[in-house]
Ligand binder design. Structure first.
Ligand code: SF4
Length: 264
């Protein structure tokens, strides 16, 4: 099968820097049709992307990984997104309940190595069930988050899922995100108002103090060891993955770029 390389995507991604999120979402639907989905953990940036999709009335589904130990507020946010924005939400789940996993392997998330395994079992592997269904996953990673995301590309390859990752709000500053939420009264996970700057599983997420870094509440019990779960490949490898395999016609549509911005 023909290869789509990170180099080709980086070139296209550079031309995407001046495109609005709406333009990028329309491009994604034109390029990938029914083979594109939003990947959201039901945090505020993901909610903004879901709101944009619903406003554009694009029939793009939302993929949510339910680890079995999400906060109830997160599950409620997912359900509100589906009912109030009319979005189709696809929920993926791990093979084992947390109870069964703990019986078999112990409490994994208490050590850095165990956390990596637990996140792999409960986040990455459920997402891999959707491998082959989608050629593009739309995310909501932003450079303003800092840390490993301070240079997150708009476009990258995800060899594990064999798909393109598209971060439509990669260059949206925190202030613009907040303004968008206010202006459109976006449905937001209520935990954000309780000091949770980012939100993952209930076992591994705490609120943060105003003077702490935004991700200080993730795996706090592990100190500085862990700040990312690995479900987003650019958090792991900084965008150094090389290529994915896609049909020639899909690659051609991708590299054509947005309508009206023809690239030779
Ligand atoms: S965030 Fe914690 S509980 Fe959730 S999958 Fe990762 S290690 Fe397991």
């Amino acid at each position: 099968m023909p290869k789509l390389t990170q180099g080709e995507l980086t070139q296209l991604g550079t031309s995407f820097e001046t495109q609005s999120p709406d333009q990028l979402l329309r491009w994604a639907y034109d390029a990938f049709g029914s083979r594109v989905a939003v990947l959201s953990a039901m945090q505020k940036a993901g909610s903004v992307v879901c709101h944009m999709v619903s406003q554009l009335q694009l029939p793009i589904p939302v993929v949510f990984v339910d680890t079995g130990v999400n906060f109830q507020e997160t599950l409620d946010t997912r359900d509100r997104m589906a009912s109030q924005y009319g979005l189709k939400v696809i929920t993926l789940t791990p093979e084992q309940t947390m109870e069964d996993q703990t019986k078999e392997l112990g409490i994994l998330y208490l050590t850095p190595e165990g956390q990596q395994r637990c996140c792999h079992f409960r986040k990455t592997m459920p997402l891999l069930k959707a491998r082959g269904q989608f050629d593009c996953l739309i995310g909501s990673l932003r450079r303003s988050e800092g840390g490993r995301r301070d240079r997150v590309p708009i476009l990258s390859v995800d060899p594990e899922m064999n798909c393109v990752r598209l971060n439509v709000i990669a260059n949206m500053p925190n202030e613009d995100l907040a303004s968008y939420i206010d202006e459109h009264q976006v449905i937001i996970n209520p935990l954000h108002a309780q000091g949770y700057t980012t939100i993952g599983c209930n076992r591994c997420t705490t609120p943060v103090l105003p003077e702490e870094p935004p991700r200080a509440g993730r795996w706090r019990h592990l100190g500085q060891w862990s700040q990312y779960c690995g479900i987003n490949p650019t958090d792991r490898d900084g965008g150094t993955s090389k290529s994915i395999d896609l049909p020639r016609d899909v690659i051609d549509r991708i590299l054509l770029g947005p309508k009206g911005d023809f690239m030779i």
